[in-house]
Design a protein. Sequence first.
Length: 202
Amino acid sequence: MEKESNLTHDGNCWIYHDSKVFGDAKVKDGATIYGSAKIFDNARIFGNAMVYGDAKIYDRAIVHYNARVYGNAVVNGKAAVFGNADIFGNAVVGDEAMVFGDSRVYGNSRIYGNANVYGSAEVHGNANISSMQDIVWVTNVGSEFGTLTVFKGDNDNLLATIGSFVGTVDEFLDQSKQVDSEKTYKEYKLLIDAAKSRILGE
């Protein structure tokens, strides 16, 4: 901690051992910073948020409520991460993007621009989401009533996640055709077609 104002004296917030908070950054309420995490510039961490590992929060970014940012994840710009969201791996959330609800962003994902990721959306791999047009998710689908998330990856490839599945939309439909009922496969096909229309304009 660079100065006393980096950590408020209200609540149970704490900055542990090797973590660093400096510049005009503030940690307050019940927020916890540990590991080798770095919080700096005008970043704000509050509520019961946790930042740890080698995560970095800077610029005017905000992490609050019960959100967790860890691993090598970065939150910068005027981005906000809140609710029960998890950002981890090598994920980057920047610009004016918001990640909230019960969503999870990880892998090498980049969420930026004015994109919002929320609800039960799960974004990972090489996701490259800069606006709301780059992602679609539908909840309560399939035999397990899960959340199907379709999003733009590198080179405008469309990726899909649901349950433990991660891959391209074509791989997803191939797998569904093999393991799901014909009715479920047709539902997934309709949802993928709608996502392609929304994201790629097809």
